[in-house]
Write a protein that binds this ligand. Sequence first.
Ligand code: A3P
Length: 293
Amino acid sequence: MEYHQEEMDELIASLPKEKAFLAPSLCLYQNFWFPVTPQPKTGTTWLKALVFSIVNRHRFNPSNTPLLASNPHELVPFLEFTLYANNAKPNLDDFPKPRIFSTHLPYSCLPESMKRSNCQVIYISHNPLDTVVSSWHFFKSLVQSENQPERSMEEHFETFCQGITGFGPFWDHTVGYWNESLEKPHKVLFLKYEDLKEDVVAQVKKVAEFVGLPFSLGEEKEGVAQEIAETCSLRKLKDLEVNKTGKFMPNFENRSYFRKGEVGDWVNYLSPPMVACLRRIMEEKMSPFGLEF
Ligand code: A3P
């Protein structure tokens, strides 16, 4: 569908708005809060590095992978923040195969063409308790680099629980993809950050099978999946010059995408009442669909 800038401006002006941390113009559209900054913090960067390495493994190895010189977000560009930003109209068919793109859009907001096409979707989810902590750290690093006032964890937690976060409510976003993965397992693969932490090699093999590129017996013997897991490890990526000093989009320091990477870090930041509050939301909004963290 063709949109004109004036129509877009009119539509945006008509939407309910809220202020959230570092998102002065969060707009409610089709029941989700759309931000000016990308922010789910569920392991997107890791997933991009892994998928890029899996589908390109016959072209690149650990010593010549483009990951050594480029942040994963550059190699797997965002549709909304990069490719279609500033009214650009790229022809995705012109991109060389294998074509991998990323998006933070909720499933219900994906274009129909994407839902009907043969394109496959790999979603990464994350325990909301760890997500709220991870996103707080991410914002802290952003406001520091922009010299803006910091926001307390309590304030951040409050808006997160109200569902007013970029692409939130967080649980509705997750449940949307979860339900689709149950209904169309060939179309949507639903991963959990926690499962990747537990056994990344098993998840690498799962992704390879899902995209129709399973590891051959020879590759199994050579330990290619293990090699990919190692190349994409937090330790390795965090230590690369490009991720220590580079920037992604105007305001994002590459280093802000790599922090601790530990499951259960929330115990160090959330008080017992905060944990109880978010657990209640998870029970109400996620558990009925069989989604547990
Ligand atoms: P923490 O803040 O808990 O450390 P996103 O990529 O969606 O922004 O998610 C960021 C989270 O993923 C951060 O979690 C970050 O440290 C973690 N992360 C980034 N790269 C990773 C990797 N290669 N392996 C494991 N975790 C990674």
